[in-house]
Design a protein around this ligand. Structure first.
Ligand code: KIV
Length: 275
């Protein structure tokens, strides 16, 4: 076990109100999923900007086939562990499937993620009825990260995990939803598995930062699932995943290399993106 240097200068914390400034300054944001204190601590030391307690934990921690079985209690449990490991890093917690059927229920669940799970912001998939939820949470001081494109909680409706927004009508829908979530008050937008040109157009249009995963190099930041980044996938590696541990000596080095590659724009490449 390694202990933090007690004399080290604490990093300048990124806060929710600093996100749009990062975009204006053209400083890309590195985001990584974390589910436990040790990984969170390594990520904080490596200079990762934001940690996401994603409902991907259902698949990568629990071994489920989808994210649907994840509950608010699970996110609270893992969020609290991440918060203990990375006190200075901005933390986002996923609102799991079924936790935001209406604004008041969403608020009760989101407040738990903040109060018990140590989250600075909650992430919600989709637009539609979520627009009212976003407005309701933001008006009540809970910052929101929206998530569009491939939204894994909609897997039953989508019929699988596929690139979204390839046809003109589908691209227009994602563009419209992106404007709507920003107008509703979201501070950040995750774009998952959409073509490069669509993500680029949305990023140019919005004042809030976009965070891509399988959305090309023109987003204002990138997010990866930490186990993917460490080469711990289930054997099927999506094209947007790079193994940053390969050729490096430690998990912390891998996280540092990822943060640097996001910041200097060398990740993702065109080959790691969808046309
Ligand atoms: O749950 C998760 O890890 C996510 C990211 C893949 C964006 O939503």
């Amino acid at each position: 076990m390694a202990y933090a240097d007690p004399h080290a200068t604490p990093p300048q914390p990124l806060t929710v109100d600093g996100l749009a400034r990062r975009k204006r300054d053209g400083v890309r944001l590195s985001v990584l999923t974390a589910y436990d204190a040790s990984i969170a601590r390594a990520a904080e030391r490596a200079g990762i900007d934001i940690l996401l307690v994603g409902d991907s934990l259902g698949m990568v921690v629990q071994g489920q086939h989808t994210t649907l079985p994840v509950t608010v209690d699970h996110i609270v449990y893992h969020g609290a562990a991440v918060a203990r490991g990375a006190r200075h890093t901005l933390r986002i917690a996923d609102m799991p499937f079924g936790s935001a059927p209406d604004p008041a229920t969403a608020y009760r669940n989101a407040a738990r993620l903040v109060a018990e799970g140590g989250a600075d912001m909650v992430k919600l998939e989709g637009a539609g009825h979520m627009l009212d939820v976003i407005r309701y949470l933001v008006e009540r001081d809970i910052p929101v990260c929206a998530h569009l494109g491939l939204t894994p909680q909609s897997v039953l409706k989508l019929g699988g995990y596929r690139v979204q927004g390839r046809e003109d009508a589908a691209a227009e829908r994602v563009r419209t939803e992106a404007r709507a979530v920003a107008e509703a008050g979201a501070s950040l937008l995750v774009l998952e598995c959409v073509p490069v040109a669509l993500a680029q157009a949305i990023t140019a249009r919005l004042l809030i930062p976009t965070i891509g995963i399988g959305a090309g190099p023109h987003c204002d930041g990138q997010v990866l699932v930490s186990t993917d980044l460490l080469g711990l996938g289930d054997g099927r590696r999506p094209r947007f995943v790079r193994d940053f541990l390969a050729g490096r000596g430690s998990i912390e080095d891998a996280f540092r290399a990822y943060a640097a590659a996001v910041r200097d724009g060398s990740f993702p490449t065109a080959e790691e993106s969808y046309a």
